[in-house]
Design a binder for this molecule. Structure first.
Ligand code: SF4
Ligand code: SF4
Length: 145
């Protein structure tokens, strides 16, 4: 597959000046670069600098253009490590996530027919968090805020 067509998803931390707050930057990311975003944390004041942690997803090519667009507007960007956890109380062991987990961090234990989660194998791609019908898989951004 052409690498520019690959789906890409990253958690990033944005720092920006107060004048940027009033501009529709997020709207433009979706409209002009076909990117989707999920704001995980935000602290914005009209009189202060803003700081936001968000997950940005789209085709790799569009992702890079979107990042350049933000940087051209004076927004500083840093990658944020993330980790995935499972709420064992919520998991119904339906198995839907196992088909998506290429790292095999989620797999079925044949004897008990339960789904096991091995955090050591997880590469934090985030696919399971989008498919889980009960929201048992969680993303946590490990960044200063
Ligand atoms: S999709 Fe969600 S509920 Fe189903 S096995 Fe995976 S974590 Fe559990
Ligand atoms: S985040 Fe990705 S690698 Fe980790 S458990 Fe979910 S699907 Fe598997």
């Amino acid at each position: 597959m052409d690498s520019s067509k690959k789906q890409y998803s990253k958690i990033i931390s944005l720092h920006f000046a107060s004048d940027v707050v009033r501009r529709p930057m997020m709207y433009n990311l979706a409209k002009h670069f076909d990117l989707t975003f999920n704001i995980l944390k935000a602290r914005i004041s009209p009189r202060e600098e803003g700081h936001m942690i968000l997950e940005l997803s789209g085709k790799e090519d569009d992702y890079k253009k979107g990042i350049s667009y933000l940087q051209e507007h004076g927004i500083s960007i840093q990658d944020v490590a993330r980790s995935i956890s499972r709420d064992d109380e919520s998991c119904t062991h339906c198995g839907m996530c196992t088909a998506l987990c290429l790292a095999r961090a989620l797999c079925i234990e044949q004897e008990t027919r339960t789904i096991l989660f091995d955090a050591n194998k997880c590469n934090a791609c985030g696919m399971c968090t989008r498919i889980c019908p009960v929201g048992a898989m969680h993303t946590e951004a490990n960044g200063d805020f």
